[in-house]
Design a protein around this ligand. Structure first.
Ligand SMILES: Cc1ncc(COP(=O)(O)O)c(C=O)c1O
Length: 372
């Protein structure tokens, strides 16, 4: 049996190669590589797609988070509540500001922040809630917004994995005070290198972030605030503009693969499938399942040539770099349990029907629904 890679970006590239090459060549012909017309057009299209009034392209998703919080005035002595079950960048951005990440637990069915635990973690120092739409599924934004309103907190979406997802019909990127996207190449909307973007409908915040990403300049060589260099290259913007034309279809393809997996795994009770609560459009950056036999399951899939990955093996509150925050095993039981049981299966638009069948057959075989 031939292998099914966990992810194969070359399949997508083959379908858009001439358009990408043309778009990149145009940037070279212009010799304008930074802060030009292509980037501006990309920002306009991203604002339109997310329903936010403003989109500010930056150098990475990590910087999008950092610059958003910097723009909101979050810094030393402030606390930001976020999920422990995420990629490090979410927490790292809070720490880079000198603020303290406060980790809340997750809901086992969605892998996203548990609003009740968020409310328990609020103190006088809390300034913001930073929900992560993990694996492409929006968080319970109504509950989180209600808490934010009650305590006067900002809500910043980490939408790095969720471009194209929607909550009650509204796209992610328009659900909080601001949102951060990542265009890391493996993301649903991925560039040809690093890239990121902030969306917001607040004009003052948008203007502040525009300055901050360009050394704090409001006009050339006039530095209104201390900023940094975090701009998106024209080449990245050109690649992303090509991909934007296809992203809705690609996300629909991911959703169809997820439906097929869901159907095939429905009668395997030891395998918990990812759930998408009513009113949420999941875009399946990853399709992740839970099983108490995770490591054995992963080894079996590897033996069958099926790619799989553990996202994420160690929750943030137990990371060595956060030891000083005092987190210990048992603090966030759901995040800890999920870290030990989760496994992500191949999920990308270009999976063929044959690939999907191989994945399904291997899963069914491991759980005794088919002969080994
Ligand atoms: C949840 C989450 N937040 C933030 C980031 C940071 O994005 P980037 O890699 O573009 O800095 C990523 C991706 O890497 C992510 O998965």
């Amino acid at each position: 049996m031939s292998a099914v890679p966990f992810l194969d970006l070359s399949r997508q590239y083959k379908t858009i190669k001439p358009d990408i090459e043309r778009a990149v060549r145009r940037v070279f012909d212009s010799q304008r590589f930074i802060m030009g017309e292509v980037g501006k057009r990309f920002e306009e299209e991203m604002a339109h797609k997310t329903g936010a009034k403003y989109a500010i392209a930056v150098a990475s998703g990590s910087d999008a988070l950092y610059l958003t919080m910097l723009g909101l005035g979050i810094g030393a002595n402030d606390e930001v509540i976020t999920t422990s079950f995420t990629f490090f960048a979410t927490a790292g951005a809070i720490s880079r500001l000198g603020a303290r990440p406060v980790f809340a637990d997750i809901d086992r069915r969605t892998f996203n922040l548990d609003p009740q635990d968020v409310e328990r973690k609020i103190t006088k120092k809390t300034k913001a809630i930073l929900p992560v739409h993990l694996f492409g599924l929006p968080c319970d934004m109504a509950a989180l917004q209600a808490i934010a309103k009650k305590y006067g907190l900002f809500v910043i979406e980490d939408a790095a994995q969720a471009f194209g997802a929607a909550y009650q019909g509204s796209p992610v990127g328009s659900l909080g005070d601001a949102a951060a996207f990542s265009f890391y190449p493996t993301k649903n909307l991925g560039g040809a290198g690093d890239g990121g973007l902030v969306t917001t409908s607040s004009k003052p915040l948008a203007e502040k972030i525009k300055k901050l990403r360009d050394h704090g300049q409001s006009k050339k060589y006039f530095h209104a605030v201390v900023g940094l260099n975090s701009r998106l290259d024209e080449i990245q913007a050109a690649v992303l503009l090509v991909k934007l034309k296809h992203i809705d279809r690609w996300n629909d393809q991911r959703r169809r693969h997820a439906q097929a997996y869901d159907k095939a795994f429905a009668d395997i009770p030891p395998l918990e499938r990812p759930s998408a609560p009513k009113g949420m459009r999941h875009v399946y950056h990853l399709y992740s399942v839970l099983t108490s036999k995770r490591d054995e399951f992963a080894a079996f899939l590897a033996e069958k040539g099926i790619g799989a990955g553990v996202y994420y093996p160690i929750p943030m509150h137990l990371q060595p770099c956060y030891k000083s925050l005092g987190g210990k095993p048992g603090d966030l039981p759901v995040s800890e349990c999920v870290s030990g049981e989760i496994l992500s299966l191949p999920m990308y638009p270009e999976l063929s029907g044959g690939d999907r069948k191989k994945v399904i057959d291997a899963v069914q075989t491991f759980f005794g629904r088919k002969k080994k």
